[in-house]
Design a protein around this ligand. Structure first.
Ligand SMILES: [Zn+2]
Length: 149
């Protein structure tokens, strides 16, 4: 099944490893916190982190340069505790130096390599709306450890 550039096989995302829950694909589970954050400004403050965590776990959607830019921004923002305005400014600056961010290949021609992560969107979805803030903060911490550099 191909759904918005995500491929699920045997009920698992072949790239991030998230298991399908309640019949939802990895991408469908990602839509839930994007809705929850509209009900909670504190959750909305984590929008950058939610989206970056999800993007980082699906490298096939990006060019090599695009992906590296994303990782550099994530690490810079995390390690230096940048505030959100600074992150967005920095993002603009970094992105303007990259010719192409998204993978130009059609979804069915992209190479997807499975990588095991401590947490995936599966944990955010299954933790539910009430735990979303804690879980997204945890997700970003575990990804920071997983990408080490
Ligand atoms: Zn996935």
């Amino acid at each position: 099944m191909v759904d918005n550039n995500i491929v699920m096989e045997s009920e698992k995302c072949i790239e991030c490893g998230a298991s399908e829950i309640d019949g939802y694909s990895c991408f469908e589970m990602f839509q839930f916190p994007l809705v929850w954050e509209h009900n909670d400004p504190q959750l909305y403050d984590l929008h950058f982190w939610l989206v970056s965590c999800y993007m980082i776990q699906h490298p096939s959607n990006y060019t090599k340069d695009g992906y590296e830019t994303m990782i550099n921004l994530f690490i810079g923002a995390y390690d230096n505790k940048w505030d959100i305005d600074y992150i967005l400014r920095k993002n603009k600056e970094l992105v303007s130096n990259v010719t192409k961010i998204t993978n130009p290949l059609p979804s069915n021609e992209r190479k997807r390599v499975f990588r095991r992560w401590a947490m995936t969107i599966e944990n955010i979805y299954s933790g539910g709306e009430n735990n979303a803030i804690n879980n997204i903060n945890l997700w970003k911490e575990t990804i920071r450890k997983d990408i080490k550099i």
